[in-house]
Design a protein around this ligand. Structure first.
Ligand code: PLP
Length: 352
């Protein structure tokens, strides 16, 4: 042990799903979109004036903020952008979860929440989901230092009706409630419509899943102007230029093609519903997924064994070796062709 190690902020980092370099694999392990972004993004990047890269970007990413405000019919001062929603949520933890009381999030949820809490030394409690992986809203009535809930939840894919979300927000007017809507475009109503009613609500979304742009790194938050003001103040105390010029340009272009966006979301949802039927014929049970992935468990065969068998066939799904979910697979929705190969490999392995 070196003496300086006493002063290290020693953390256990978040572990993202594997990104194998090999091209021929079927990659259903990180909930990326199997379809490309709109051609408007392709053209915007093709026509991008690289001479402008010598200049710093606009520190407010004003063009992107304006485009998002127009898209969602909110004020520009109600929008914050960051380098993926991970950056936005990390910044929100640093900004809003500054109490000695524990913050609350479900026991089964996005595993980055506890990592940020540890990083910033924020105490936390994890009220258990019920046996159907649904929220128990009364668990969020107790005193706390803030709340974060993903809707739909990951990795369970379970969507909660807005009435449940609103009930939790309205019982917690003295703390900030963050709703992480990474998968909302594949699900029901967004809590975005509640931001004018609740000044303590921050809604976070991302380009990574529904907009097919995980590689560009754009996330955003919507909330009351005062919340956004505090977020910007913390961001500007850490790094003024989070959003680069290419990301701003591509992010604006993506919003200009609603037709393609809706077409592609419908396609993913259609495949998801088809694969649910196939999986149930193969003896799987699963939650009523409202995301671009299915969280499934086999009645007879262990998830870990299926995970390893698929991996041998170069089909990657996600397996979490943690309490309550260690017999589940999280399967991202790929193209129809990819999903057919996935089902074929399952049939072979299960002798069906
Ligand atoms: C994928 C994901 C994110 C992070 O996405 P970014 O790529 O950083 O935008 C955040 N929350 C949940 C629940 C996710 O699944």
């Amino acid at each position: 042990m070196m003496a300086w190690q006493d002063n290290v902020r020693n953390v256990v980092p978040y572990e993202p799903g594997e990104q194998p370099e090999c091209k021929n694999i079927i990659k259903l392990n990180t909930n990326e979109n199997p379809y490309p972004p709109t051609d408007k993004v392709k053209n915007a990047i093709k026509n991008f004036d690289t001479d402008t890269l010598r200049l710093y970007p606009n520190p407010k990413a004003a063009d992107l903020v304006r485009a998002l405000a127009d898209y969602y019919q909110v004020e520009e001062e109600e929008v914050f952008v960051g380098v993926g929603s991970d950056d936005v949520i990390g910044m929100a933890f640093l900004t809003f979860f500054n109490s000695n009381k524990p913050i609350l999030f479900p026991d089964i949820t996005y595993s980055f929440y506890s990592v940020w809490a540890d990083l910033y030394q924020i105490p936390y409690e994890r009220p258990p989901l019920d046996d159907n992986f649904k929220l128990v809203k009364e668990d969020y009535y107790k005193e706390n230092g803030g709340i974060i809930i993903p809707n739909p939840n990951a990795p369970t894919a379970v969507y909660e009706n807005l009435s449940v979300i609103e009930d939790i927000i309205s019982h917690n007017r003295d703390v900030v409630v963050i709703i992480d809507e990474a998968y909302i475009d594949f699900a029901g109503k967004s809590s975005g419509e509640l931001i004018s009613k609740y000044d303590n609500l921050l809604v976070v979304q991302t380009y990574s899943k529904s907009r097919s742009m995980a590689g560009i790194r754009i996330g955003y938050a919507m909330g009351n102007k005062q919340l956004i003001h505090y977020l910007n103040a913390v961001k500007n105390s850490y790094n003024s230029y989070t959003m680069n010029r290419t990301a701003i340009t591509a992010g604006v272009a993506s919003l200009q093609d609603k037709e393609y966006f809706e077409f592609m979301i419908d396609k993913v949802i259609h495949t998801r519903e088809r694969i649910k039927k196939e999986l149930s014929q193969l003896g799987f049970t699963f939650t009523d997924s409202q995301a671009n992935f299915i969280f499934a468990s086999h009645r007879k065969v262990l998830a870990k064994d299926i995970f390893e068998a698929l991996r041998k066939e170069e089909i990657y799904v996600r397996y979490f070796d943690s309490k309550r979910i260690d017999n589940y697979l999280r399967i991202s929705i790929g193209t129809d062709q990819e999903m057919d190969l996935f089902i074929k490999a399952l049939k072979q392995y299960l002798n069906m």
